[in-house]
Write a protein that binds this ligand. Structure first.
Ligand code: ZN
Length: 407
């Protein structure tokens, strides 16, 4: 009996210890996030904003200062008494490696806590074969980890396709011929660092949400339009990944019954019609059928179509508008389903410019309940070509420091 009581007593003690540790960690994250989002703040401000006592805040701030995650930065305005010491999170307190596996290249960046890029590296994706591609990715990661001048939170990888973020397995990347690739495990074993692997459009959504200065919204859709098409969805201030991490895989929604066959095995998928491949295939067909166009001379590329479109070439205008219609309808469907106002369009097809985007907008408004559709804004992203690297890095800021709310 005594032994039993002793065991129970021991368990209770351990449980209490675990609870204390958890509370400490929760408080630490709450205080750090508050300072990160609202700085400069005094200890009293932090106490007021978090609801924690002054004593608790002081203790947590001391710990954060020791970890290098918070610093004192001058005095704030006095409200009668002594001027308070202000706190902030040093921009370069931690760095993160963000990697973007694209259809043709792997790019990576060392990113600080404010989304500023400190180092860059990239390499061509020499083979779509999983093993060779991983070797290239590992070499790039080694270079970036070696180049980092601050403690690293970890490595975030954004890649196309269906990715199980929890296990770090790329389940199926249609355009890369990758299936069941245990990317996260491989990188973790090699580097000993925390790894997050995420769909590229979902990473882009994290980046626009974290670093893109959205105003007062609680939700956002980021639609990435290139060779493939995918969306990242922020719901209630968090990345929404769905039951199988596949939320936003809109590129394979059927938009044309008699459409071209897709690498996924179906026909008429959105990306076969409205992605770069669809655009170029349609232009090729029209040229072959004898439609006259300046695109008949020279190589047919997205840049060439964008240039001809700007110069009001009839064929270019037709194919560009067809992609805009298909994209607009899909966005209308999403708006009608989720009622999200803030829609951001990114990716190589943005090269088609404002005229194309205006057509996307028009079609989206015709494809959903007018009252909902009228209130949505469809705009280009603000972060430029490093958006996936930034978002992959933001995921580590969430998982390791709790700086950004996420999935
Ligand atoms: Zn498909």
């Amino acid at each position: 009996m005594d032994r039993g009581r002793g065991r129970r007593g021991g368990t209770a003690l351990l449980l209490q210890k675990a609870t204390n540790q958890l509370t400490r960690r929760t408080n630490e994250r709450l205080v750090l996030r508050t300072i990160y989002e609202r700085s400069p703040l005094s200890r009293a401000d932090v106490s007021r904003l978090t609801g924690l006592t002054r004593t608790t805040v002081s203790g947590v701030v001391d710990d954060l200062i020791e970890l290098g995650l918070t610093e004192e930065a001058g005095f704030g305005p006095s409200t009668g008494g002594k001027a308070p010491i202000m706190l902030r999170v040093p921009t370069d307190a931690r760095h993160t490696v963000g990697v973007h596996v694209d259809d043709e290249r792997i790019s990576g960046a060392v990113v600080n806590l404010h989304g500023e890029i400190r180092q860059r590296a990239s390499a061509p994706l020499r083979s779509r074969d999983g093993e060779t591609a991983i070797a290239g990715l590992e070499a790039l990661v080694d270079r970036l980890v070696g180049a980092a001048e601050r403690p690293l939170l970890g490595i975030g990888v954004g890649a196309p396709g269906l990715i199980d973020t929890a296990s770090g397995v790329v389940r199926w990347a249609v355009n890369l011929d990758w299936r069941e690739l245990p990317l996260g495990e491989r990188l973790a074993r090699r580097t000993g660092l925390p790894i997050r692997v995420v769909n590229d459009s979902q990473a882009a959504a994290m980046a626009e949400w974290t670093f893109g200065h959205h105003e007062g919204a609680s939700a956002m859709i980021v639609l990435k339009v290139g060779w493939g098409i995918g969306a990242g969805i922020i719901l209630g201030g968090r990345l929404y990944q769905g039951d199988d991490s596949g939320a936003g895989e809109v590129g394979h929604i059927r938009v044309r019954d008699d459409g071209p066959s897709c690498r996924c095995g179906n026909r008429g998928c959105l990306e076969t019609v409205a992605g770069v491949r669809g655009l170029l295939a349609r232009a090729t067909d029209l040229l072959a059928s004898g439609v006259r166009s300046s695109l008949g001379e020279g190589e047919l590329t997205l840049e060439a179509v964008a240039g001809a479109y700007r110069e009001e070439d009839g064929l270019a205008a037709q194919v560009v508008m067809e992609t805009a219609m298909a994209l607009g309808r899909t966005l209308g469907t999403i708006t009608g389903t989720l009622d999200i106002r803030d829609i951001v369009v990114i990716g190589p097809m943005s090269a088609l410019g404002e005229g194309w985007l205006a057509a996307v907008r028009r079609e989206a408004r015709r494809s959903a309940l007018p009252l909902l559709a009228e209130r949505s804004t469809i705009r280009f992203g603000r972060l430029g070509p490093d958006v996936v690297e930034l978002g992959a890095a933001a995921l580590l800021m969430t998982s390791e420091l709790g700086l950004v709310p996420a999935a």
